[in-house]
Design a protein around this ligand. Structure first.
Ligand code: NAD
Length: 253
C-alpha cells in the first residue's frame, strides 16, 4: 500500500517533545509540511529543523486562533490535525486537587475542542481533512488514581464521535487513538525500578514498551487516503493492553 502524503499541511499539538515530536518528524519525513504547536520550544531539542514551530497554549482560545491563523498564513491550509497535547494528573479522588482536575480537563478535553473548533472551518472550506485525537487505553480501562486523566480521555472519545458526524458532510474524518505505555517524560516508565517495569509490561500482550513510532505509523495511515472510510472510532494501538486480563501467562510468567 502506497500512502502518499506529499505536501499535506499537518498540525501536531504538544509536539515540542515526547510522542508529539516524533509524530511531527514522521509526517515531515513523509513529505508533509508540518507545524508543531506547543507552549515553548527548546532550540536544541524537539521535532527537528524541517518542522515549523508555533508557540500556542491549547487551553487559551485567543492563542489557538492566532496559532491557526499563523499556520494558514504560512502554509495556505490545514489538511491534518493531530490533537496530541495532553497532561497526566494522578491522585486518589479523596485527595485530588480541584485545580489539578480542572487543568487536566482544560488541556486534554478543552484543548482538543479549541484547536478542532479553530481548524474545522479551514478544512470545511477545503472540502477535506483529517482530525486525529490522542485518547488512551485509560478511556476504556482506567487505573486507580487516574480519575481525572481517564475521565478526560473518555471525554475525548465521545467528542471525537460527535465531531466525526458534524464534519462528515465535508468528507472530513475524525478519529481517536489509544496508545498503551510509551515511556516519556509524562510517565517516567523508563526510570522505574525493574520490578515495577515488569509489573507494567506484564499487562501487555506484546510485552514490550510502545515506541512513539508505533503511534506515528498509525497516524500516517489514518491521515492517508487509504483511511478515508474510517471515522468516529477509537483505534487501539496499545500492544494488547485492552485484549485480555493476564497476558503474561502466554509469556510463561
Ligand atoms: P509529554 O508530556 O512527553 O508531551 C506532551 C506535550 O504536550 C509537551 O510537549 C507539553 O509541553 C505539551 N502541552 C502540555 N500542555 C499544553 C498546552 N496547554 N498547550 C500546548 N501544548 C501543551 O507526553 P506524551 O507521553 O508524549 O503524550 C502525548 C499524548 O499521548 C498525550 O495526550 C497523552 O495523554 C497521550 N498518551 C500517552 C501515553 C504514554 O504512554 N506516553 C499513553 C496514552 C496516551
Amino acid at each position: 500500500m502506497h500512502l502518499d502524503l506529499t505536501d499535506r499541511v499537518v498540525v501536531v499539538t504538544g509536539a515540542a517533545r515526547g510522542i508529539g515530536a516524533v509524530i511531527a518528524a514522521r509526517f515531515a519525513a513523509e513529505g508533509c509540511r508540518v507545524v508543531a504547536l506547543d507552549l515553548a520550544f527548546d532550540a536544541a531539542a524537539g521535532p527537528g529543523p524541517d518542522v515549523d514551530r508555533v508557540v500556542c497554549d491549547v487551553t487559551a482560545p485567543d492563542s489557538v486562533r492566532t496559532a491557526v491563523d499563523t499556520v494558514v498564513e504560512r502554509h495556505g491550509t490545514i489538511d491534518v490535525l493531530v490533537n496530541n497535547a495532553g497532561i497526566n494528573v494522578e491522585g486518589l479522588v479523596a485527595d485530588l486537587d480541584w485545580d489539578a482536575w480542572r487543568r487536566c480537563m482544560d488541556v486534554n478535553v478543552g484543548g482538543t475542542f479549541l484547536v478542532s473548533r479553530a481548524v474545522s472551518p479551514v478544512m470545511r472550506a477545503a472540502g477535506r481533512g483529517r482530525i486525529v485525537n490522542a485518547a488512551s487505553f485509560a478511556a476504556i480501562v482506567p487505573s486507580v488514581g487516574s480519575a481525572a486523566y481517564a475521565a478526560s480521555k473518555a471525554a475525548v472519545v465521545q467528542f471525537t464521535r460527535v465531531l466525526a458526524s458534524e464534519l462528515g458532510p465535508w468528507g472530513i474524518t475524525v478519529n481517536a487513538y489509544a496508545p498503551g505505555m510509551v515511556p516519556t517524560a509524562m510517565n517516567g516508565f523508563a526510570e522505574m525500578p525493574p520490578e515495577q517495569q515488569d509489573r507494567l509490561l506484564d499487562t501487555l500482550s506484546l510485552r514490550r514498551w510502545e515506541t512513539p513510532d508505533d503511534v506515528a505509523d498509525l497516524l500516517v495511515f489514518l491521515a492517508s487516503d487509504a483511511a478515508s472510510y474510517i471515522t468516529g472510532t477509537l483505534v487501539d494501538v496499545s500492544g494488547g493492553k485492552l485484549a485480555t486480563q493476564i497476558p503474561a501467562r502466554a509469556h510463561g510468567r
